[in-house]
Design a protein around this ligand. Structure first.
Ligand code: RP5
Length: 161
């Protein structure tokens, strides 16, 4: 955990961590200081609003928020900060995450949440998008993203069936 995080990764429950650790792993790969926390929009509403409201003042530049079911965490975060908020809908047993996707993505106009895919792909892409956002003012991060894309392409091109 970084003492001066640029990205915070929030999740509504510890049960989301198995998936959201992948966002943390991607951020670590890019050497992006970040902080991961469990905070719930409905179970800890006061602490969530206080934590997110203070984020900008701590130097945070991107918020990643993951939740499942009636997933309002990302929207609540967005209501408390002008930092970009990236929402990751969590998969679940009952509706496979379709409920999480719709409740995260369908923000009414005025308070945006950039919503990623359901589950692990969304977790990884939220981190990559956070790196891209930070990269707009950090050439070294843009270069790392270019290197990552090149490695990814090279890996695909080497596949032998
Ligand atoms: C949401 O409810 C969490 O984000 C989690 O995805 C889901 C289930 O939480 P638990 O009942 O496992 O704590 O708030």
């Amino acid at each position: 955990m970084a003492s001066n995080p640029l990205v915070i990764v929030l999740m509504g429950s510890k049960s989301d961590w198995d998936v959201m650790r992948q966002a943390s792993e991607v951020l670590a790969k890019f050497d992006v200081p970040h902080e991961c926390r469990v905070l719930s929009a409905h179970r800890t509403p006061k602490e969530t609003s206080e934590y997110v409201s203070a984020a900008e003042g701590r130097g945070v530049e991107v918020v990643i928020a993951a939740a499942g079911g009636a997933a309002h965490l990302a929207g609540v975060c967005a209501a408390h900060t002008i930092l970009p908020v990236l929402g990751v809908p969590m998969e679940n047993a009952s509706l496979k995450g379709l409920d999480s996707l719709l409740s995260t993505v369908q923000m009414p106009a005025g308070i945006p949440v950039g919503t990623l895919a359901i589950g692990a792909p969304g977790a990884r892409n939220a981190a990559l998008l956070a790196v891209a956002i930070l990269g707009t003012s950090r050439p070294e991060l843009r270069q790392k993203l270019r290197d990552f894309r090149a490695e990814q392409s090279a890996k695909i091109l080497k596949e032998i069936l």
